[in-house]
Design a protein around this ligand. Structure first.
Ligand SMILES: [Mn+2]
Length: 263
């Protein structure tokens, strides 16, 4: 591991939140996460779901040493006194059958309420249960769009028919631009839906993962936090000793080049 960052003692936080590591997949940046865990410590660590990708492992087994090291490192932190709480996500949902049990010193819970040092109550959950609601709404909203696209792909006959019927030229770039706009809308509605749940549950905010987009922002008076992922962005969320929450983009902090280190 390169970089000019040199510490002998890991930086200590009150809490670390990590999700969407997707161990067991080639996309997982296990080396980056190991580096993060080496340099950062906390009294409490929340694993906010999709830590192990059981879906993908079931289809094809992929488990290099670095992925094993991540598991070992977290267990070692638990043994040394960190409270480790695992909130399963959809890719590790088989663990949901063991809610309420502990694996060694790792506690499995469906969701948690975390209280920050400055007294805020935050609902901790993976977030996939809102995904279905959000996605469904989007599918309905864009069914027309989809049908149109499919029709265009059918065959030249259809295109000839279209021309005869007087339809105009179909622009791929406009279509893709629309898709990007939909993705942005999707993230927005996910954040809104999760924040609404927090309001319903009478907490100050929510900490989730799932959509691989780190964020701390206020949504209609509710604090929405997303700890990001270790597939694309290499982000974690930390709570400082005074209760301040912060997103740590580890690749940025360490100036890591995604291509220079084998994941
Ligand atoms: Mn997920």
């Amino acid at each position: 591991m390169h970089g000019s960052f040199k510490t002998h003692m890991p930086k200590k936080y009150r809490t670390i939140f990590i999700s969407d590591v997707h161990l067991g997949t080639r996309g997982c940046k296990a080396h980056f996460l190991l580096d993060f865990l080496k340099h950062n410590d906390a009294d409490k660590i929340y694993l906010v779901g999709d830590i192990v990708d059981a879906w993908r492992l079931k289809r094809s087994w992929y488990w290099p040493q670095s992925h094993n090291d991540v598991v070992q490192t977290v267990l070692r932190k638990a043994n040394k006194g960190a409270k480790v709480i695992y909130v399963p996500g959809n890719h590790d949902e088989l663990l949901r059958d063991y809610i309420g049990h502990s694996f060694g010193k790792v506690e499995l819970v469906r969701e948690a309420i975390h209280e920050t040092a400055d007294g805020r109550r935050l609902l901790v959950l993976h977030g996939d249960k809102f995904d279905a609601i959000v996605r469904h709404a989007h599918q309905l909203a864009h069914l027309g769009d989809w049908a149109y696209t499919m029709a265009l792909g059918l065959n030249t006959w259809l295109n000839i028919a279209r021309r005869r019927l007087g339809f105009g030229y179909w622009s791929l770039s406009a279509y893709l631009k629309n898709k990007v706009k939909n993705a942005v809308k999707y993230i927005d509605s996910f954040e809104l839906t999760v924040a609404e749940e927090a309001r319903r549950r009478d907490v100050d905010g929510v900490i989730c993962g799932h959509i691989h987009k780190a964020e701390i922002r206020e949504v209609n008076g509710i604090l929405y936090c997303n700890d990001g992922d270790w597939v694309e962005s290499c982000t974690a969320m930390v709570e400082h000793m005074d209760g301040r929450l912060e997103i740590i983009n580890w690749a940025e902090v360490r100036n890591l080049d995604f291509l220079s280190v084998a994941a």
